[in-house]
Design a protein around this ligand. Structure first.
Ligand code: CP
Length: 290
């Protein structure tokens, strides 16, 4: 299949190539692909990923074909394959897809048009991981030896699951922290306050209430007191350390209202970098480099 579905199949030097290209695009770009058409087929809610893909497409001169699942034939029982196959038949040059189904793309093996995964279930979110890596690389200029801790709802997080493998492959020391009920053992556990004092990157994760089958075993106030990033914890971070969060944020649950835009926060920079990473990925796929 063409496009970008997961980061597992990409070697570390290819990841670095994408980041370098995204950084180059951040310095200037042209509408290189006028005449091409793409769509974002999102079957799960999104603000950042869907619209950042659209901005990336528009920046490259690609025409964006509108799609809204709630008023499409999906409501008449059309399958994912049939929706995607329809857009391919219409002559599109690629689609970005988000679905709550893990590995949905396995059903799309017959599709020849490039597919850009905008998130599947709790498994993968490759362009989010790339924008996270770009933001870290912009900050430190390297990955090797950096200590990162992801804190919070690990078990429901495709961002955590996608990032752990690639960050380890790039030589980072990766830890997880947060409530026991969301610890799926996907990386070594570190006490939250120990992580605050020692890590270069503190990556807070959203509590994904909409994915929970059982109610959280503590109140939101208790969660914030134990695992929330407040000003007191920010003050205990290393001088050079940064705060990241894929967003949307639950203000005053996993992150304090006044921490979201504090000087250590790179949350809005992550969103900006998302546009350039997606431009890089789309360009490299269209040029046959990915
Ligand atoms: N980070 C992220 O995937 O945000 P959206 O759900 O708004 O796309």
């Amino acid at each position: 299949m063409r496009g970008l579905l997961t980061l597992h199949e990409l070697k570390e030097d290819k990841i670095q190539e994408i980041i370098n290209y995204a950084l180059k695009l951040k310095g200037g770009f042209s509408k290189k692909y006028v005449g091409k058409k793409m769509a974002t087929l999102f079957f799960e809610n999104s603000t950042r990923t869907q619209y950042s893909f659209q901005v990336a497409m528009m920046n490259l001169g690609i025409q964006v074909v509108g799609f809204n699942a709630s008023v499409s034939s999906v409501q008449k029982g059309e399958t994912l394959y049939d929706t995607v196959r329809t857009f391919e038949s219409l002559g599109l040059d690629g689609v970005a897809i988000r679905s709550s189904e893990d590995n949905y793309f396995e059903k799309l093996k017959n599709i020849k048009m490039p597919i850009f995964n905008g998130g599947d279930g709790a498994s993968n979110h490759p362009t989010q991981c790339l924008l996270d890596l770009m933001t870290i690389y912009e900050e430190y200029g390297h990955f090797k030896g950096l200590k990162v801790c992801m804190i919070g709802d690990i078990s429901h997080s495709r961002v955590a699951h996608g990032n752990i493998d690639i960050m380890q492959r790039l030589g980072m020391e990766v830890y997880i922290s947060g409530p026991e009920e969301y610890n799926d053992g996907s990386a070594k556990y570190m006490d939250f306050d120990e992580a605050i004092k020692t890590c270069d990157v503190i990556m807070m994760l959203r509590v994904q209430f909409e994915r929970h089958k059982e109610k959280m075993h503590m109140t939101e106030a208790e969660y914030f007191a134990k695992y929330g990033l407040d000003n007191k914890r920010v003050a205990a971070m290393k001088d050079t350390a940064i705060i990241m969060h894929p967003a949307p944020v639950n203000r005053n649950i996993e992150i304090g209202d006044d921490v979201v835009e504090c000087s250590k926060s790179r949350i809005y920079k992550q969103m900006t970098n998302g546009v350039y990473v997606r431009m890089a990925v789309i360009s490299m796929v269209l040029d046959g480099d990915l």
